[in-house]
Write a protein that binds this ligand. Structure first.
Ligand SMILES: [Zn+2]
Length: 111
């Protein structure tokens, strides 16, 4: 299940996850007060000390479903450092590799 995988991933890659949370906060993407609060907590303290209730907020109100995606095409995990791009810049919900392929195909359609 995506939620469990996400939780595991945050625990395994806290530094990368925190960088992404900072990106979200800095760009004013987070409108929900509770989500913003938990993001700032994790940025300051890391995910190690989160209680179960805090995990629920982080996963269910914070990251899912709008701020965390897996690649739409290959269902691979998207690196934390590519997440912002995939969701907000390219808006294709693709890993960089698939994004490249999709883009290439679209360019060809214009020929
Ligand atoms: Zn992909």
């Amino acid at each position: 299940m995506l939620r469990d995988k996400l939780k595991q991933r945050i625990s395994n890659e806290p530094t990368e996850c925190i960088s992404y949370l900072k990106e979200l906060v800095k760009s004013n993407r987070v409108y929900d007060g509770e989500a913003l609060e938990i993001f700032i907590y994790v940025i300051k303290n890391g995910p190690e000390q989160l209680t179960n209730i805090q995990w629920d907020i982080l996963l269910d109100k914070g990251l899912l479903p709008d701020f965390y995606v897996e690649c739409d095409r290959c269902e691979d995990a998207i690196q934390w450092s590519d997440m912002y791009q995939a969701i907000f810049i390219k808006k294709d919900h693709c890993c960089p590799f698939c994004s490249y392929l999709v883009h290439k195909k679209n360019v060809r359609l214009l020929d």
